[in-house]
Design a protein around this ligand. Sequence first.
Ligand code: CA
Ligand code: CA
Ligand code: CA
Length: 305
Amino acid sequence: MKKINIFIMAFALVFSFSGCDDDSSNSENNAVNNVTNNITNNTTNNVTNNVTNNTTNNTTNNTTNNTTNNATNNTTNNVTNNTNTNCVPTEWECSNCIDDDGDGYIDGFDPGCSSATDRLEGSFETDIPGDDTNLEILDCWYDGNSGGGDDGCAIHVCCVLETCPEELAGGFDPSSCEESVNQDCIDNCLPFTVPGCDCFGCCTVCVEGVCNDIFIGAPRVAPDCTQETFDDPELCPTCVVNEECGQPCHPEDCELCPGMTVDDLPDYCNESNECPGGQTVCEAQVDCTSLEYCSNGCCIPVPSK
Ligand SMILES: [Ca+2]
Ligand SMILES: [Ca+2]
Ligand SMILES: [Ca+2]
């Protein structure tokens, strides 16, 4: 019996010791697993954090860089745009390289400019001595003087206007209109005529997408007609553009009318214009010769007289 007890005790002791070995081994395994898991988790977390941080940093850096680059580019572009080193200003408002009336249109792109020597950009008047004096009989509006002696043009204003004013109707003979536009007048005036207008100053003026054929060729006839009042027929009388002595504008053919920019043309024009008389296209005076005037995107000759 004693032997059996000793054997049981020995077995229990061995079993007990072997149980201690298993616990120790589990602990070690747990420790190893924990270390492995920590390493794995830390590595994963670090990778994730690094990716997130790098993405955030890259985004921030890109945004900063783009902002800086855009600011630099804008400054450069603005300087380039505001400094037209190729524009040589004259003393006249319609060729001084400046938007004198602040309407966004410069020199020949301003409907208020009929020629390089027009002295008033913000008005349909020219303020050229000897000009702006016509009332009843019109001559060439674009040669810088009044009187048809040097251009061969003499047409009653009521041939041009849609409605003849009562005060001008007295001496008007409608049958005179057709023969008034003779070849002499066409030869002497048409080359200098602003694209979108006829020889006598009937122009298709467009403001903010609305176009009207208005008579601006004799400010004495309509002294209150301006770019602001151009759609008021009481102030700006409507007219019919003379196609025989005129350069009618067709925006659908990418031609600019007075008051338009290339942004107003159909998309298929790709922000560039054509000229109704086949002239050289210009974005500014620098694109024309010294004997030409950039008017509504076209180089037209400057009258030599
Ligand atoms: Ca100007
Ligand atoms: Ca202007
Ligand atoms: Ca003017």
